[in-house]
Design a binder for this molecule. Structure first.
Ligand SMILES: Nc1nc2c(ncn2[C@@H]2O[C@H](COP(=O)(O)OP(=O)(O)OP(=O)(O)O)[C@@H](O)[C@H]2O)c(=O)[nH]1
Ligand SMILES: [Mg+2]
Length: 612
């Protein structure tokens, strides 16, 4: 066994928004991978359109810089719990990690999850208390909580021996003591060289574990991963070992290593480095690629299981086929199954109905991002309300539970407690900082969290922060009553919504659409406070007359509609409703479009409840 001193492999891990991608900006800029006059912007690694729009990292990505003759491969990871599968997928490429902790928030649920992952994979951590430029930072306290977290999670004494640095990723400096003034990030580079072990090299011919896939229209599939043994060069013969043990032979057509945002073609690459290779043919994440003389598979990547599921089905609304390019069962099925090749923590299953597929993910956002990507690609389909995934273990029905952390003002404790007790949440910790900022932690079943985020934001009037992290499976605690207490306004006729009709609707509640919107019978056009749904004709025109009525004045004062985003729509619907998604629109609808049919179903349901 030897080591390769000219390389370091480092993953950057943290809770969402603690500044990982911004710190990578500073690392890249200060290592001079860009020309001096090159405008590169912010959160450079978040280059996907959806990442830029939402300001979050969705996929883990590689970059590399050279410092004092050592190449540092950097893996930027997402911090949102729903993308935890991405961290699990790439963490085995690294020998060490930078654990970022926000100087105000301190360790959060996902800080704990990713540190646990890092320990499990034997990574050497460097703690970086970040955003120390913030005026209200509480560095000493945050360090204290971070040390507690290490004590809680460490499984050996040497894991407690970690350096702590203080940084402002945004302002581009890293210092050894909180009060110090820094001018650059060189201390971080030096600490990486000093404290993160160089990659260990196994003796023997080439093998690498595929941790990521990319696609290029000229080069075909690109397999990305760390080489654990030997070297690889263009025209080398290789075998790819799949999950089922099948061996596929092929020839390497190109070898690339990272530098800055580029992949550079190289003649060959050696163990310890992170590379991208082409010519592998069909390959999946988790496969081992090796020299045909010694085809020994590395352990496959372990990914946590999905916790929520929803049905994707062919669009059956009266507007089906109008706005999407891909709308058939075959197209939907093919697209969903293709997603499994790269989206490791996703699950897809056929159902009894040939037009519907059960799609499983790590959370509502994980599924919402997939829906958004598909809709931009031109797909149209319908999705149901997400549900927690239950399973039977030794004859007992089990359900996922999560740790919910809330930071808000004391005045909201009452309403939140009431909402959460209905959702079967148990309070596990509560702290008040003396100035009525409260920190509350709950143990809550995943089913109780579905639809909670929007209710939480409304209840705290946007003045609260909530975070969740999956804990594990526990025995089923029984059904919870529907958490949406209000009913909806449903269009009773098809046509074009007009101001007069919408004004009538606004007398009953809030509307979701504006005049000119095409509607169909059974489409949801608003929400209202009564439990029972209200059918309303939003296409109804005012009868012509020459007399000005008070209503004419009212119509002019039509309130702007409440526009629900995709996530809000998914969060909002009940079990008897669907979200219709097309490249152009997001519509909400009742599953049963016809009012008579819905009433019949309601009576049947009531009878069933009386009997049981
Ligand atoms: N004041 C201050 N703000 C920062 C600093 N670093 C990042 N931010 C801000 O924090 C927000 C999140 O930064 P990102 O770099 O996207 O955080 P991230 O950890 O990559 O987020 P995810 O990848 O989505 O988990 C942005 O608004 C940044 O401008 C810092 O050092 N100081
Ligand atoms: Mg990021």
């Amino acid at each position: 066994m030897t080591y390769r001193n000219d390389i370091r492999n480092v993953a950057i891990i943290a809770h969402v928004d603690h500044g990982k991608t911004t710190l990578v900006d500073s690392l890249l800029k200060q290592s001079k991978v860009f020309r001096d006059n090159q405008a590169v912007g912010e959160q450079i690694m978040d280059y996907n359109a959806l990442e830029r729009e939402r300001g979050i990292t969705i996929m883990a990505k590689n970059t590399a810089i050279v410092y004092r003759g050592v190449k540092i491969n950097i893996i930027d990871t997402p911090g949102h719990a729903d993308f935890g599968g991405e961290v699990e997928r790439v963490i085995s490429m690294a020998d060490g990690c930078l654990l970022l902790v926000d100087s105000i928030d301190g360790p959060m649920p996902q800080t704990k999850s990713v540190l646990r992952q890092a320990f499990k994979n034997g990574l050497k951590p460097i703690v970086v208390i970040n955003k120390i430029d913030r005026a209200d930072s509480r560095i000493a306290e945050v360090l204290h909580f971070t040390q507690d977290l290490f004590l809680e999670l460490a499984t050996s004494a040497d894991q407690l021996d970690f350096p702590v640095l203080y940084a402002s990723g945004r302002d581009g400096f890293v210092v050894r003591e909180p009060g110090m003034v820094g001018k650059d990030v060189s201390l971080l580079f030096d600490t990486i060289l000093e404290r993160i072990p160089p990659p260990r090299i196994e003796d023997g011919p080439f093998r690498m574990l595929v941790s990521n896939l990319d696609y290029d229209s000229h080069k075909g599939t690109i397999a990305i991963g760390r080489i654990w043994r030997g070297k690889v060069a263009t025209h080398d013969q290789i075998v790819c070992m799949g999950a089922d043990g099948a061996l596929t032979r092929s020839e390497v057509s190109g070898v690339f290593t990272y530098l800055g945002l580029k992949r550079l073609e190289v003649a060959e690459a050696e163990a310890g480095d992170i590379v991208a290779i082409t010519g592998t043919g069909k390959v999946s994440i988790g496969d081992t690629i090796a020299n045909p003389d010694q085809p020994e598979a590395l352990p496959r990547i372990e990914i946590g299981e999905p916790t929520v599921e929803m049905t994707f089905r062919v669009n059956t609304s009266p507007f089906a086929g109008r706005e999407g390019r891909f709308s058939t069962t075959r197209q939907l099925r093919e697209r969903l199954y293709r997603e499994l090749e790269t989206n490791l923590s996703l699950g897809v299953q056929d159902t009894d109905s040939p037009d519907s597929f059960l799609v499983k993910g790590r959370g509502e956002l994980h599924l919402a991002i997939l829906i958004e990507i598909m809709r931009r690609e031109g797909y149209e389909f319908e999705v149901s309300k997400p549900e927690a995934i239950t399973k039977v273990v030794n004859g007992t029905l089990m359900e996922p539970v999560e740790n919910l952390v809330i930071d808000t003002r004391a005045e909201f404790i009452g309403i939140l407690s009431e909402m959460l007790s209905k959702r079967q949440a148990e309070l596990t910790d509560m702290r008040n900082d003396g100035q009525d900022n409260v920190h509350m932690e709950y143990h809550v079943p995943t089913k109780g969290l579905i639809g909670f985020r929007s209710a939480f934001l409304t209840a705290t009037r946007g003045g609260g922060v909530m975070n969740t992290a999956f804990i594990g499976y526990e025995p089923w605690r029984g059904d919870i009553a529907s958490t949406r207490i209000s009913g909806v306004l449903v269009a009773s006729e098809a046509g074009e919504a007009v101001a007069y009709g919408l004004n009538n609707a606004q007398a009953r509640g809030l509307t979701f659409i504006e005049p000119g919107t095409q509607v169909y019978e059974g489409m949801i056009v608003g929400t209202q406070a009564r439990v029972q749904d209200i059918s309303i004709n939003v296409c109804k025109e005012k009868k012509q007359s020459n007399v000005r009525t008070p209503l004419d004045v009212a119509v002019k004062r039509l309130v702007p509609p409440v526009k629900l985003s995709l996530e809000q729509s998914i969060d909002f619907i009940n079990r008897d409703e669907l979200v219709e998604v097309t490249p152009e629109s997001i519509r909400l609808r009742k599953k049963l479009l016809n009012q008579t049919q819905r009433l019949r179903e309601l009576h049947r349901e009531e009878k069933r409840q009386v009997v049981s």
